[in-house]
Design a protein around this ligand. Structure first.
Ligand SMILES: Nc1ncnc2c1ncn2[C@@H]1O[C@H](COP(=O)(O)OP(=O)(O)OP(=O)(O)O)[C@@H](O)[C@H]1O
Ligand SMILES: [Mg+2]
Length: 370
């Protein structure tokens, strides 16, 4: 079995990203007039912090909103609502967090919090500002075959990004920089002139990572980066990602439906269900002290290489409901073996069950689960 959070020592650092109440609703249109008749609530109010140099894993079934959340954070799709505080100075991040946790905010506090968020919230940035911020925020997708231009060789596929952001670079500068990036990712000079179809899946995913590194980012959303690869190649790519993270002090938001991969690579894990985070904690908390019935069921339903855990948790039954018409109350209540009346009526808050381990389940709200 792969070791938990194999990045090793927990890092002491400051948040790089604060996501607050992020929502993305896709309108459902119908009829000749294409009238909006409802919304797919793909991301329905998620909040979390990502610390510098950590890997924040996001896990959940297909359709739980993982990709939509990743794209929304980068504003590659326009979020419906929420705040995305990115890359503010560490003292500002700490000040925001301190103000947020204050029980009562004075008018001065409120004004200060608003002012800080206004300055650093990506949602308040215009297109031009976003373009420059996006140098620091990159994304790697699952399928590297569709993310490269098939008519360009790798030098041009990666070079075009450098040229767009740094038009002053000469052709020779770009040759050198692309080669350096490819080599950093375990590829060689011979790959420069190859076209995407001439590379294997693993080589192409290495090239995707090289491309994501081209502008020296701080933060990379990895959206199922190894899901399309053979198991043996998966491990190599994960190791490469970890090496690069150490070398370049990168922060990852790592999305996957594969629990053993998330377990291996993540320092912290958020479990998503129908657009919400239902459990969030360190890798140890989520795997060893899992609390939410959905997390428990997920561990059981997906092959997870810990034989000791088998048989102790009830299997996940039923299919995931549509985010177009999610169940009221706790969205998981239709599949939850422990659901009671309160679960059918009210959405549970995300509460701290100890040491920052967060769970959204009425069972853990004192006095609510009767
Ligand atoms: N552009 C879109 N228009 C309408 N609905 C969308 C759009 N993109 C995603 N959705 C819907 O939003 C929900 C969340 O989708 P998303 O792709 O974010 O899930 P996911 O967790 O990444 O799933 P997977 O594991 O399959 O990649 C799904 O119900 C999906 O059908
Ligand atoms: Mg996805």
């Amino acid at each position: 079995m792969l070791p938990a959070g194999s990045m090793g020592v927990r890092k002491i650092s400051h948040p790089l990203l604060l996501v607050r109440n992020l929502k993305k609703y896709f309108p459902i249109k119908a009829g000749v007039m294409q009238k909006v008749v409802g919304y797919v609530k793909a991301v329905d109010g998620v909040s979390f912090d990502v610390y510098r140099s950590e890997t924040f894993g996001v896990v959940g079934e297909s359709g739980s909103g993982k990709t939509t959340m990743g794209l929304s954070i980068l504003r590659l799709i326009e979020p419906t609502e929420g705040e995305i505080i990115f890359d503010a100075p560490s003292e500002v991040m700490m000040e925001i967090k301190k103000l947020e946790t204050k029980e009562r905010l004075s008018d001065r506090d409120k004004k200060r919090l608003e002012e800080l968020k206004k300055r650093y919230d990506l949602m308040k940035k215009d297109k031009k500002e976003m373009r420059s911020i996006r140098r620091k925020m990159q994304i790697v997708f699952q399928d590297p075959y569709t993310s490269f231009n098939p008519r360009m060789n790798m030098r041009d596929n990666i070079g075009v990004i450098l040229k767009t952001h740094y038009p002053e670079l000469s052709g020779k500068d770009i040759d050198e920089r692309v080669l350096e990036l490819l080599e950093k990712c375990g590829l060689a000079k011979r790959h420069l002139r190859r076209f995407p179809h001439q590379l294997s899946g693993g080589e192409l995913q290495r090239a995707s990572i090289a491309r994501a590194l081209a502008l020296n980012p701080e933060f990379i959303v990895m959206d199922e980066p190894t899901s399309a690869l053979d198991v043996s190649v998966q491990a190599q790519i994960l190791d490469l990602m970890q090496e690069l993270q150490k070398d370049m002090k990168l922060t990852y938001l790592f999305i996957s439906h594969d629990l053993s991969v998330v377990h291996y690579i993540s320092d912290k894990i958020a479990v998503m269900y129908l657009g919400n985070i239902v459990e969030l904690g360190t890798t140890e908390q989520v795997f060893e002290e899992m609390k939410h019935p959905y997390t428990k069921a997920l561990m059981e339903s997906i092959p997870y290489p810990d034989p000791d855990k088998k048989g102790t948790i009830k299997p996940l039954y039923g299919t995931i409901p549509s985010p177009r018409n999610p169940p009221p109350g706790c969205k998981f209540h239709t599949r939850c073996p422990y659901a009671k009346d309160v679960c059918k009526k009210l959405a549970p808050p995300l509460v701290d069950v100890g040491d920052g381990h967060l769970v959204a389940c009425w069972k853990y709200v004192e006095g609510a689960y009767k």
